[in-house]
Write a new protein. Structure first.
Length: 193
């Protein structure tokens, strides 16, 4: 069985989720993917070099194939929020947040990757909200992301999913309240404007 770079990154992500940055080791990763440690180092020179790849894969999975916000921003928003929540329900934590607590200024490549991951995720959410003409989309996206991420604390410490469900409900409410206050324009009507 050939070990692909994608498989290595996926397994690294699981190790980071389970053990954090400090607790994950290249030896554990090599064992999981069936490689010798030296062979793993030919693909990734160190653990820090895995962080940008892990977060890029996670972002890709979150935004890939989202409905076009220009056609239906509500569906795009609900789909994105749903994907984030499903990951948290299934995995019990966010790999980006877990890494944020583990990387330091000593691991600047990893620290920069974590910052970029959250900035990109927030920007993707804000773009959807802009399509829906939601006031202050950057702040709404940041607040929504913080509420979803914060709910993982309760999942991790007590197994309580209720805060995550409330955060999702509140996020979905953004689209619902907007619907009440202003009905969506059809695609052809938007093109006229």
């Amino acid at each position: 069985m050939k070990t692909t770079l994608r498989n290595i990154v996926m397994e690294a992500r699981e190790l980071f989720r389970e053990h954090g940055y400090d607790g994950a080791s290249m030896q554990d990763l090599a064992t999981r993917v069936g490689l010798k440690k030296a062979s793993l180092y030919t693909r990734f020179p160190n653990k820090e070099s895995l962080v940008p790849e892990v977060l890029a894969l996670t972002l890709e999975e979150t935004v890939e194939g989202l409905p076009d916000p220009q056609d239906d921003w509500r569906l795009a928003w609900q789909t994105m929020v749903g994907r984030i929540a499903k990951t948290f329900e299934t995995r019990k934590r966010c790999v980006g947040l877990h890494l944020a607590y583990g990387v330091t200024s000593v691991t600047h490549e990893a620290q920069a990757a974590v910052s970029q991951f959250f900035a990109s995720l927030r920007e993707q959410m804000a773009q959807i909200l802009r399509a829906g003409e939601i006031p202050d989309p950057d702040a709404v996206a940041a607040d929504t992301l913080a509420q979803l991420e914060g709910a993982t604390l309760w999942i991790t410490t007590s197994g309580d999913m209720a805060p995550l469900r409330r955060a999702v409900e509140k996020a979905h409410g953004i689209a619902t309240l907007s619907l009440i206050s202003s009905p969506p324009l059809k695609v052809q009507e938007r093109k006229k404007h």
